[in-house]
Design a protein around this ligand. Structure first.
Ligand SMILES: [Fe+2]
Ligand SMILES: [Fe+2]
Length: 353
């Protein structure tokens, strides 16, 4: 049987890179192997461990929870085509803002490395020692937080620095003033969703679901940036820099795969556990996980993209009109995939949650 108990040191361990990761003047995490292939940070043991825990799920006949962009209803706003027409007209600020905001949110992911989280051992009847769930506080969350926001001890930049580097390569470091940063991209607290659990365990479960769905949504946003950077008709005076930016998006996406993989594994294990309810009742994991997961998917796939778009669209249209007049604005509007829905949406009062 593959090994399913790992130490924190192992889960944080790194490959022996043939070459470190440096790009656009930043020293960054991860590295390259002998063949020049990018290798994500802290994955020497994490990948074999996650695959072994997924093997454990399969032995127990538990399916891996579906968590992929197929869950999502909306694409990015602005879309690839909308960003492209703005860039063709020399208006890079919306993309510059969105890459800056992505970097700031990635930095906030460091929170996962900053303190111990409630332990599910107290809430579950099963033995967790050979599960991903049992390793959350044993290295998995710390590794994840360091991947996002960086390890100050190493002096290496992480995803936050990588997004700023991508932005700088494509559009220049100080091309525009810093944008206003939306408060949060996770579902706001709207009352108890899993009242059978003690509040700290419910909050922890929802945190894991929020983070997983933010990762899934990020996959779609990465694709938009990668396509823009790779488009032979854009960034004509800096094609080489744009190609490096596209490669860096690929490296971030490669780093994120382990995050999606371990979080899916944890939530899938949780569906198979027998839980201890606060009422003393034994509760099957599907009753704990499934209703909350449905609500978080609905929020991330439908409600939040709709509200975020409704908040962003009016000031963005106004800025486009100021930059390129009604002609550019109408080109932008004509490319809007959800135009009918957008026209019916509430005005600027809606706020990004
Ligand atoms: Fe990230
Ligand atoms: Fe991530």
């Amino acid at each position: 049987m593959e090994r399913r108990a790992w130490t924190r040191e192992e889960l944080l361990s790194e490959h022996a890179y043939a070459r470190g990761h440096e790009a656009a003047g930043y020293r960054l995490h991860g590295g390259f192997d002998e063949a020049g292939t990018y290798v994500p940070p802290r994955t020497l043991a994490r990948w074999p461990a996650v695959l072994a825990w997924q093997g454990g799920l399969a032995e127990r006949g538990l399916p891996l929870l579906a968590a992929d962009p197929g869950l999502l209803v909306h694409g990015t706003f602005p879309s690839f085509e909308q960003h492209r027409v703005l860039l063709q007209h020399g208006y890079g600020q919306p993309l510059w803002n969105s890459l800056t905001i992505t970097g700031v949110f990635e930095a906030r992911g460091r929170l996962l490395a900053e303190f111990p989280f409630p332990d599910f051992r107290e809430a579950v009847r099963d033995d967790l020692s050979e599960t991903a769930t049992g390793h959350l506080n044993g290295g998995l969350l710390v590794a994840h937080g360091l991947d996002e926001g960086g390890d100050p001890a190493s002096g290496l930049g992480a995803h936050d620095a990588m997004w700023f580097a991508i932005r700088d390569l494509l559009l220049g470091a100080d091309a525009w003033p810093a944008p206003e940063i939306p408060e949060s991209i996770t579902r706001p607290d709207a009352g108890r969703l899993v009242p059978e659990l003690a509040l700290p365990h419910e909050q922890m479960l929802l945190l894991l679901m929020n983070v997983l769905l933010v990762e899934v949504r990020a996959e779609v946003a990465f694709d938009t940036t990668r396509r823009l950077a790779s488009d032979p008709g854009l960034f004509l005076d800096r094609r080489e820099r744009a190609a490096l930016a596209a490669a860096m998006v690929d490296r971030i996406a490669e780093d994120e795969r382990i995050h999606v993989a371990y979080l899916r594994t944890v939530l899938s294990e949780m569906r198979g556990f027998s839980w201890k309810g606060v009422s003393g009742r034994a509760i099957p994991g599907t009753e704990i996980v499934d209703p909350a997961w449905r609500e978080l998917v609905r929020w991330h796939a439908e409600e939040n993209p709709r509200l975020a778009r409704a908040a962003l669209r009016p000031p963005l249209r106004e800025a486009i009109r100021r930059h390129g007049g009604v002609r550019l604005l109408s080109l932008f509007d004509d490319l809007d995939p959800d135009r009918a829905a957008a026209d019916a949406a509430p005005g600027p009062v809606a706020r990004v949650a």
